[in-house]
Design a protein around this ligand. Structure first.
Ligand code: PAZ
Length: 312
């Protein structure tokens, strides 16, 4: 990457508000990696999920948000754990969580009932979903297979991604990035952002947004050059989707780009890579099936080949 790009990346981080609880995050992260990767025990994947926000004020009241429910990241995490991976789940606060996809929006209010004042019961219709959510999540955490790290803003997301990538460096080819989060392309630089709530009542608001420096190339070349790297491309116009994904593959030198269109993203995706494009569909004859079942199988296969080739 050009030094121009690297300069932009450095000044983005230098001007970002410091990450809160960084020591705590680092300690959890290093412990998790150490536990899972020592002696080549397990492969590790960082799954990013949900959309980043761009604050408009330093004491933020308003922000610009990026669409993502977090469903893809949560479902993919479950499948990676099932496939034997340890997962660092870097997710947007408040978005969909692994093992909770089948729960209603307001599980506390909808799942439970009180037969009397001292007992609490789960409604029969939600027993399976609650059991799966609690048991599977607790097992994944107890076995140190799942580490959840929340973010909200673009500043937090990129600082945390850099921490994770740097910490993955020693894991080498057994590590993977699966970047399903919807990351802001434009932002208000912290230094040029007003501190207090923008006043209303004085006509339209003009805001100039700067471009968020592209971090993917630097992740590939500097932060974690040996990690297997999967990025995502979302479009609403299916006519430009594959072209955009193909360009991203060449530009960022990732190992594959998962291309998806907003309205059909739960039914099919296209995995674009140097070995050709593969359409991955949900098994529509099985009501419980999700596209991530087949997608993660394919990605895990590709990762295995990558690891084998790295050893030869
Ligand atoms: O989170 P979700 O399940 O609602 O949607 C997933 C997705 C469309 C955000 C993801 O598959 C994706 O394409 N992420 C990258 C978006 C982008 O191009 O920035």
């Amino acid at each position: 990457m050009s030094s121009m790009g690297e300069d932009e990346v450095s000044s983005f981080f230098e001007s970002s508000p410091p990450l809160k609880k960084m020591e705590d995050i680092l300690q959890k992260l290093n412990g998790f990696i150490e536990h899972n990767s020592s002696g080549g025990r397990r492969r590790i994947v960082c799954v990013t999920s949900g959309g980043t926000t761009v604050p408009l004020e330093q004491r933020c009241v308003r922000n610009i948000d990026n669409f993502s429910s977090g469903n893809r990241g949560a479902a993919s995490t479950e499948n990676f754990v099932k496939a034997g991976y340890a997962v660092v789940f870097l997710y947007r606060s408040g978005t969909c969580q692994p093992y909770c996809r089948s729960l209603p929006d307001d599980p506390f209010l909808e799942c439970f009932q009180f037969p009397d004042n001292t007992n609490i019961q789960v409604h029969a219709s939600h027993v399976e979903a609650v059991k799966m959510a609690v048991m599977d999540q607790q097992a994944a955490v107890a076995e140190a297979r799942l580490l959840k790290l929340p973010f909200t803003t673009i500043y937090e997301y990129l600082q945390m991604l850099r921490l994770i990538a740097t910490a993955f460096k020693d894991v080498g080819p057994c590590s993977m990035f699966y970047l399903a989060a919807a990351v802001s392309d434009f932002y208000v630089p912290w230094n040029s952002m007003t501190e207090h709530k923008i006043e209303s009542g004085s006509g339209p608001l003009d805001i100039r947004l700067a471009q968020v420096p592209k971090m993917l190339s630097i992740l590939r070349t500097n932060w974690a050059p040996q990690a297997f790297c999967i990025s995502f491309k979302l479009e609403t116009d299916s006519k430009i989707l594959i072209d955009k994904a193909t360009k991203a593959l060449g530009k960022y030198k990732v190992h594959a780009v998962v291309a998806n269109e907003l309205s059909t993203r739960k039914e099919e995706v296209v995995v674009v890579s140097s070995s050709g494009n593969v359409v991955v569909r949900r098994d529509s004859d099985k009501p419980e099936a999700i596209v991530e079942d087949n997608l993660i199988r394919l990605i895990v296969d590709r990762h295995s080949t990558y690891i084998k080739e790295s050893h030869t």
